[in-house]
Design a protein around this ligand. Sequence first.
Ligand code: ZN
Length: 501
Amino acid sequence: MKNTHRKRRSAWIDVTFSIAIIALTVSAIYLISQTTKNEASSLPKKKQAAASVVIDTIDSNYPGIKIITATSNDAYIPFAIQYPQSLHSPFNEAISKYITIAKQNYLTTMEENKKTSSKFTGELNISFETLSHHSGSYSFVLVNSSSTGAENGTTEIRSFHLNPETGESFTIADVLGRDPKNLETLSTLVREAIYNDPLLADYLFPEEVHIQTEPIWANFDNFAITDESLILYFDEYELAAGAVGPPIIAIPLIDINSLLSDRFQLLTEDTDEFAITKDPIKEENTATPSKDKESSSNQGNSDTTEDGTEGSTEEVDNGIKQIALTFDDGPDPKVTIQILETLNKYDAKATFFMLGSRVEYYPEIAKKVQEAGHELGNHTWNHPDLTKAGIAKVRNEINETSSIIENVTGQKVTAFRPPYGAVNKTVRSQTNLPVVLWDVDTLDWKYRDPNQLLAHVKGATKDGSIILMHDIHQSTADGLDAVLAYLQSEGYTFVTVSELE
Ligand code: ZN
């Protein structure tokens, strides 16, 4: 017994020892391999791991645009990077690519420098400015300043462009209608402006100025357009001495209005003309309000009957005046919420025609719209002109959007509004939802002015009207209270589009 016991115990000890030795060996091999790996791996990686990098995302003041911030407090290689991201991947990828390369260049150079002398601390700051134009187009101007050693730092300016509604980018060629003659005129104007700029006067390299302003589209790649001017950015050291930094030239739009493509032209008093070129379909529908409301004989009647004479229709009677407020292109985390609060204040129900892409981004806001008792409408996934899309795309745009709205809110989508009011037989054949357009266009997307909202509604609204607004513009949210106060004082009740029709 004793023997067996001892024997068993010693066997148990043997096994334990063997396991322990194997474990120790494996750990040792692992540790050695890790150390070797670390030494062999690129230095920037090691450095990055040691520093604390903080990445943060916040909403910007511009609908659909978020600001990403990445900072590192590394004592030797610090950086602070800020850049925009949108709902559209091509735009996001272009910016991310630029940021990644800029950051990598900086880190690599600093690690190289460290091998020779590490007494200079580096610096990388990338920030950006958003410049908007009344067409709804944004120019994002990224300013990339870095220094990697004893010599002066460098500043590079790069622009990115986006129409956040469509996701499309635009270039200087788009701004100038892709017309080479316009490019030549711009080239001449920019050259003049450079020579007349007192800040640049003493520092110019005339040969370089000539080369950099030759009428080649690529020479004017870096630009921003605002309601006042077309701004062109040139590289540092390129056409003037480094002392002046990257030259920036602003050409007033009023001087080049005739060169601009329609959507970039200045707003004039004669806004109708502008509106027709900007969005012909939208205007066409405004002009012929009942054309597309095939299902609503009611609309035709109420068009011709002012207050009191609605007795002839069944739906609208007892002298009650009804109006349907509609909000397109949302949801938006700030604007939609403010609109919900205002609607609640007047106990008003409305219809929200949402974009699937934005519901995916802001599901909790879509849910709040449903919880507040409003009607949910489909406005496609990505806001394309469906009359120019293939049948499969039309179907996807509509079905995917209904699905996500219904998944997120648990409520059925009961109306469809095609982007730009653009609809034809093919589009209609792809959905059973009633197609709902509008007869009062507040043009809130164009004016972005809270006071303008009431002015437009006052002039155009009648019993049975469907009013078009957008819950992505702050000005719409700000102007809504006055609109509801006015309509209520005029005896209107606020209903959804389905209740109206
Ligand atoms: Zn829309």
